[in-house]
Design a protein around this ligand. Structure first.
Ligand SMILES: Nc1nc2c(ncn2[C@@H]2O[C@H](COP(=O)(O)OP(=O)(O)OP(=O)(O)O)[C@@H](O)[C@H]2O)c(=O)[nH]1
Length: 262
């Protein structure tokens, strides 16, 4: 309320209360007007108060809603982060499981499972396309002596290094794997016996030239191998058995050599 307004109200109140103006014909009408004006003012004040309370309640409600929304959003973000992390862990675990079921943990070469699958696939492919393939079984000579004389850890290092050299010597589409113990298998797709023999000789030569240092000594490793070319309509296991028999012949003939299966 302005100062002039307050002064005007004060003047009206004084005039209405003054006994001197009691008989003035305007005094009654002014009194009624003053009364209505005061009532109107009171109602407006009540409405303003109610509106203020309502606005403040609405503000509070808005605030609590916003806070609740923020809290739920933060919880959702947390759940999403946990779920992302969980999914990442599951993916890694899956990969690790797949790796463990298809690879030898020591040498990281393929284990029997993928080797057998690839041999089966090659049998199918060779039947369909009339292409041949070869299987080479390779075995470290006198490996028991390496373990006995130098210990199991050195034996493990020999296996790891042999696998590394073997893998480095074969072509990208060949498959090297650990068949078990000190025995390895190389699958050579689209390869005839003569070419496969050259590749196996190259592998054997590289392994012979491997330098495995043991203090001042160097450990020399030799490999025997048996090689078989897949025959039309032969199962993968029959080819494998012929390669194995050729390996046995190579061992019997004095080791450090490769024999071709008949
Ligand atoms: N260090 C180590 N040794 C292994 C592993 N797997 C198998 N061996 C050993 O490999 C040796 C194989 O011995 P044998 O089957 O007698 O073969 P070898 O001594 O190589 O004899 P030939 O094959 O006839 O030349 C055994 O002593 C096994 O304990 C392995 O993962 N690590």
């Amino acid at each position: 309320m302005t100062r002039e307004h307050a002064e005007l109200e004060e003047l009206i109140k004084r005039l209405l209360a003054d006994p001197e103006h009691r008989d003035n014909p305007l005094s009654f009408a002014l009194g009624q007007l003053w009364h209505q004006y005061r009532e109107l003012l009171n109602r407006m004040e009540r409405i303003t108060r109610v509106s203020d309370v309502y606005q403040s309640l609405a503000r509070q409600r808005e605030q609590t809603l916003a806070e609740r929304f923020d809290k739920q959003l933060r919880q959702l973000e947390k759940v999403a982060r946990i779920s992302d992390r969980y999914q990442g862990m599951m993916r890694e675990l899956n990969l690790a499981l797949k790796e463990a079921s298809t690879h030898d943990p020591l040498t990281t070469l393929a284990n029997r499972r993928p080797l057998i699958e690839r041999m089966k696939a090659e049998v199918e492919r060779s039947t369909r396309l009339q292409h041949t393939f070869c299987v080479a079984m390779l075995d470290i000579d006198h490996f028991k002596q390496v373990n006995d004389q130098h210990g199991h850890e050195v034996g493990d290092s020999v296996l790891i290094e042999t696998a590394r050299v073997m893998e480095a010597e074969v072509r990208e589409y060949d498959l090297c794997g650990r068949w078990g113990g000190e025995e390895f298998l190389i699958l050579l797709p689209e390869t005839e016996l003569a070419t496969a023999s050259t590749i196996v000789e190259r592998v054997r030569d590289s392994i012979r030239r491997m330098t495995l240092r043991l203090g001042t000594e160097t450990l020399a490793i030799t490999i025997s191998a048996g090689l078989a070319e897949h025959r039309v309509e032969e199962s993968y296991s029959a080819t494998l058995n012929r390669a194995d028999a050729a390996l046995l012949e190579a061992k019997r003939a004095g080791r450090d050599r490769a024999h071709l299966a008949s």
